[in-house]
Design a protein around this ligand. Structure first.
Ligand code: CLR
Length: 244
């Protein structure tokens, strides 16, 4: 299906697309890994009103999603899909890819995540009022971090998660399917070369990712019922376009 050169080019494409759009370089995230919030800073954030904290988090998430959209655009073949299908894939995949990327910004040793320049414990997000969502996000990162994925592997896992040919509403499913298969092949090839094939069976299941994303949508709905005007007026357009 693919020649050796094609495989090589595809591999470079996926890896570069990730590297060029990853928002924070792995080295920099590593350096800051032990910079945590002080108890006073934690307390002050925990006491913020719910709507303010939501707005803040949603803005950061949207920034991160802008990079994810850029990643998608740089994947060879994505821009050749029809615009409807591009939107279908991003609506379903943006939050999933955010979760995968969150694991790069997660310190496995003390269960903290990079937030506004430092590493934050789960409790910091208390005022959002969605403990079950945040704790499943943290749990997911904990288990993904345990696989110690390289940046190359992370790039491929992201691309395969995004190009899900099984999604409803795709108009040109065969195109997405072909792209998915090619990337899968290149991923296998990379893993063979690095003797890491075993990770294919250990990667989180699609259902796990989509159930967390579903929970995010449910929490957003509850928030919108409580603060309709905040969600409408203060959430960034891209966030609303994808999730509302
Ligand atoms: C993910 C990786 C990106 C940079 C980035 C930006 C915003 C971060 C996000 C990462 C991880 C998850 C995060 C988010 C801001 C708020 C959110 C810390 C590090 C927490 C878990 C709260 C989520 C609450 C909403 C769903 C309401 O490159």
């Amino acid at each position: 299906m693919l020649s050796a050169t094609e495989l090589e080019l595809l591999m470079q494409n996926v890896v570069f697309a990730h590297q060029e759009t990853c928002q924070f370089r792995q080295e920099n995230l590593q350096i800051l890994r032990w910079e945590t919030f002080t108890p006073e800073e934690m307390q002050s954030l925990q006491q913020k009103p719910m709507d303010q904290m939501w707005e803040r988090c949603v803005c950061h998430i949207t920034d991160a999603i802008q990079y994810i959209v850029e990643f998608a655009k740089r994947l060879s073949g994505f821009m050749d899909l029809n615009p409807n299908d591009q939107i279908v894939l991003l609506k379903a995949g943006a939050m999933e890819l955010l979760l995968i990327r969150m694991s790069r910004a997660f310190n496995w040793y003390n269960s903290t995540v990079f937030f506004e320049g430092k590493y934050a414990q789960l409790e910091l997000f208390h005022s959002l009022g969605c403990h079950d969502l945040i704790s499943s996000m943290f749990e997911f990162c904990q288990s993904l971090c345990a696989l110690n994925l390289s940046e190359h592997e992370m790039a491929f896992f992201s691309a395969m998660t995004l190009l899900d040919p099984s999604l409803h509403w795709l108009q040109e499913r065969h195109k997405v399917d072909t792209l998915y298969r090619k990337i899968h092949l290149a991923f296998r090839n990379l893993l063979q070369r690095t003797h890491r094939e075993f990770i294919l069976t250990k990667l989180p299941e699609k259902e796990k990712l989509s159930s967390i994303c579903q929970l995010h949508l449910e929490k957003l709905n509850i928030f919108r019922q409580m603060y309709p005007s905040i969600a409408w007026e203060r959430f960034p357009p891209l966030y609303k376009e994808l999730f509302i």
